[in-house]
Design a protein around this ligand. Structure first.
Ligand code: GLU
Ligand code: MG
Length: 442
């Protein structure tokens, strides 16, 4: 009789000391959850997948579950991983990003990784090559989740980095071992704040790399007696943590964001792509920065891009254009500044790319550039629903959100965030920060 669960070749994993394998999915609250198997069960994880309740898709930032009329206690789904994606993330532990499938092996409607791969295919069908890059800002915490240090901080200071060189060296070494393409790592502006940036890749590869980077940062921090917060605002009044995404597009004639006759060399389709991202911002801010902590960050002066405008190298604009120069070997790209790490990176990437494609498809016109601080420009910009409740109202009733993300995902996302809003939204800011500080830690 044939074995129902033939094993996979795990010799190379065993040789690296791997004993258990994690397959994760990131839920609509932006929290990454995982199932584990002993290494010998890799074949089953890849072929049939490991069972999870459909309620995984409506788990909230705390232990709550935001059941909807269509998601209840019955039913079952499978997390499946591709053995090719496995990365060693800790002693004895390998990890791979998972997809959510039904029991017949078909993609589950609420699988955000599958949604992103569909949007990527739509871009490829239009002859577009897409690259995305991720940046992760985060805050080091003490082992008990409080401030890591109280000594004076020097933004980007050589001292603040050198004082943590053992941590940073471990981070670079662990990233290399995990195949994580780090481009930069440094101490940031905020107290105990770090940033790592990732090399551009396909959108799905970049969303996977964002999760991998969170895992690696978390493991390295633990080895150094620290924890890591990715919360948009870890402590009331502290500098915010962004999770900026960079996007570039090319067709057979070359990049869309350079080499043209438009402002700063934009080609027509490139200008339309930026227009598309700005056009959907009010509907999709609930995707990009929709947690109860997000609104605490989206304030003028925080370089968080809280204004619905674009500008060359403008760090206060929701979309910052980075031109192709000798100092930028990756070529021209647009950076979505207002996004934070409470966003599911697969869903956010699908929304970002989908909006750019929609702008091209509809020939949307690029608004006037705001080349300086929007607060001082005197130019009116479209209002953004910056509060969590306003963002959810806009998303729930949005045809664009349903078109780009599917009605099923929007319904579940709104349910999860409404639960969050009811549970945490009415608290004073300091308590919101306390409650959510570790919510997106991997
Ligand atoms: N920390 C800022 C944010 O919340 C971004 C600072 C920067 O431009 O690197 O997005
Ligand atoms: Mg930064």
């Amino acid at each position: 009789m044939e074995h129902p669960d033939p094993g996979a070749d795990v010799g190379h994993l065993r040789a690296e000391g791997v004993a258990i394998i994690a397959g994760s999915v990131t839920d609509l609250a932006g929290v990454t959850r995982a199932k584990y198997v002993p290494v010998a069960r890799l074949g089953a994880f890849a072929r049939s997948g490991m069972g999870v309740s459909p309620s995984w898709s409506v788990f909230c930032v705390d232990s709550g579950i935001a059941f909807t009329p269509t998601i209840g206690v019955a039913g079952d789904l499978r997390i499946r991983i591709d053995p090719e994606d496995l990365r060693v993330v800790d002693a004895g532990v390998a990890w791979a990003p998972g997809t959510l499938n039904d029991q017949h092996g078909h993609p589950a409607p609420l699988c955000t990784r599958t949604l992103l791969s569909r949007v990527e295919r739509a871009a490829a069908d239009r002859g577009l090559d897409v690259r995305m890059g991720g940046e992760l800002e985060c805050t080091m915490l003490s082992a008990d989740g409080g401030p890591a240090t109280t000594e004076p901080w020097s933004p980007y200071g050589i001292r603040t980095s050198l004082d943590r060189s053992a941590f940073l060296v471990d981070l670079a070494t662990s990233a290399e071992r995990a195949g994580l393409p780090l481009e930069q790592l440094h101490t940031e502006y905020g107290h105990d704040q770090l940033e790592v940036s990732l090399a551009p890749d396909t959108p799905t590869a970049t969303a996977d790399a964002v999760i991998l980077a969170r895992i690696v940062l978390g493991r390295v921090a633990a080895r150094h007696g620290l924890r890591i917060s990715f919360s948009p605002v870890p402590f009331e009044g502290a500098a915010g943590n962004g999770a900026h995404l960079h996007l570039s597009l090319s067709d057979a004639d070359g990049p869309l964001l350079s080499g043209g006759d438009g402002p700063h060399g934009l080609r027509t389709a490139g200008a339309q792509a930026i227009a598309g991202v700005l056009d959907t911002l009010p509907d999709l801010i609930g995707v990009y920065a929709g947690s109860a902590a997000s609104a605490l960050r989206l304030k003028p002066g925080n370089w968080a891009g809280a204004t619905a405008c674009w500008g060359l190298e403008n760090r206060e604009a929701a979309v910052r254009l980075i031109a192709a120069t000798p100092g930028n070997p990756h070529g021209a790209n647009m950076e979505l500044k207002l996004i934070d790490a409470s966003a599911n990176p697969y869903l956010a990437a699908a929304a970002f790319l989908g909006s750019a494609l929609r702008g091209i498809g509809r020939h949307l016109e690029l608004p006037e550039e705001i080349p300086e601080n929007p607060a001082q420009s005197g130019v009116d910009t479209p209002a953004l629903p910056l509060g969590q409740r306003e963002a959810l109202d806009a998303m729930e009733t949005s045809d664009v959100a349903a078109e780009l993300l599917t009605p099923a995902i929007v319904e579940a996302l709104v349910a999860v965030r409404r639960y969050e809003s009811k549970t945490f939204g009415g608290l004073p800011p300091a308590q919101i920060c306390d409650a959510l500080r570790l919510a997106w830690t991997c």
